[in-house]
Design a protein around this ligand. Structure first.
Ligand SMILES: [Zn+2]
Length: 323
């Protein structure tokens, strides 16, 4: 059986679709609001209903589905299918038995995985990471997520905590990160960090298109505003991306030295910036890495967009059920 449900529990929406785990094809994708403030019981019921609706609209029967994989943003007990800590989701998700509850509500065996580990799995099998023996994913969004494939295997490490690449230190005296450490790459390269750099430039009165693009409403400056300005040739915005790319290049240099991967995949919303981000990353890595043959490491944008996580979760459920 190759039909699985891949689900993605996010702070704003829960998305799910039917995934053919042999081809990577995603169908019947549905998204509903998470409304986390209603509490996790309400969210779990809404998720279960979403999964049942996905099966229903696909014309399949529950018995045609191998199982459900769910990606969640945070620390997961992958053995027991519980969420340990979801910092970006409202409410108390400590030790919530998500897999057990979804099985109870849908009759389908359910497995949990960190959302960016899921993207990593999806991109490796069916996206930008195809054919890589070892690879790393940096996903740039609200935070910076990561994931690793080492020697043809999704690398999860102790309790599934391997691959927290967003907390790679690029300055040990740097700003305090949400994880409790200082100077993590997330503090320099996440979408809010990029937006904050754009905001600062406008407030300081620099000549830049960023303010104009946001209608001179400081609240409307996002990473997208800065990348749009940069793609129009705005020097201030381009300089922001140069710096972000440089810091990412430092973090990625360390990752390359650790695992000597064939590929580094840059995903998340940050990928929209394209070469604005990839060029300074590639340049920095070339300058900084001398112990690994850098010409054989490709640094590429993710290919699956929002579907990467959905596909990866379904693959994870498939692997757990059939292994
Ligand atoms: Zn951190």
């Amino acid at each position: 059986m190759a039909k699985y449900i891949g689900g993605d529990l996010g702070g704003t929406n829960v998305r799910a679709g039917v995934v053919d785990t042999e081809t990577g094809e995603v169908t019947n994708l549905i998204s509903v609001p998470t409304i986390a403030r209603e509490g996790q019981d309400a969210v779990l019921h809404r998720m279960a209903q979403l999964f049942l609706d996905v099966v229903k609209t696909s014309g399949l029967k529950i018995s045609d589905i191998g199982g459900i994989g769910i990606g969640a943003p945070g620390k997961i007990d992958i053995e027991n299918g519980r969420t340990i800590f979801l910092p970006n989701l409202y409410g108390h998700w400590e030790n919530t038995p998500v897999a057990e509850k979804i099985l109870e509500y849908t009759g389908l065996r359910t497995f949990l995985l960190n959302d960016v580990r899921a993207i990593t799995f999806g991109e490796w099998k069916f996206g930008a990471g195809r054919g890589a023996k070892s690879m790393a994913v940096y996903a740039i969004g609200t935070g910076v997520g990561g994931g690793l494939v080492i020697n043809n295997q999704l690398h999860l490490g102790m309790d599934g905590t391997a691959g927290e690449l967003g907390h790679t230190m690029v300055d040990y005296n740097g700003p305090l990160c949400g994880c409790g450490n200082h100077g993590c790459i997330e503090m320099y390269a996440s979408s809010p960090a990029i937006a904050a750099a754009g905001l600062k430039a406008v407030v300081q009165g620099w000549t830049t298109k960023i303010g104009e693009l946001a209608g001179y409403d400081l609240n409307k400056i996002t990473a997208k505003t800065v990348s749009t300005a940069a793609s129009m040739g705005d020097p201030v915005a381009m300089e922001i991306y140069e710096k972000v790319g440089f810091y990412l290049g430092i973090a990625i240099s360390n990752t390359i030295l650790h695992i000597a991967p064939d590929k580094i995949v840059i995903g998340g919303g940050g990928v929209q910036a394209g070469d604005l981000l990839l060029n300074p990353i590639r340049r920095t890595v070339k300058e900084r890495v001398h112990m690994v043959d850098i010409d054989r490491v490709s640094i590429v944008p993710a290919e699956l967009g929002d579907n990467g996580g959905v596909i990866g979760c379904a693959l994870w459920a498939h692997q757990r059920i059939t292994q």
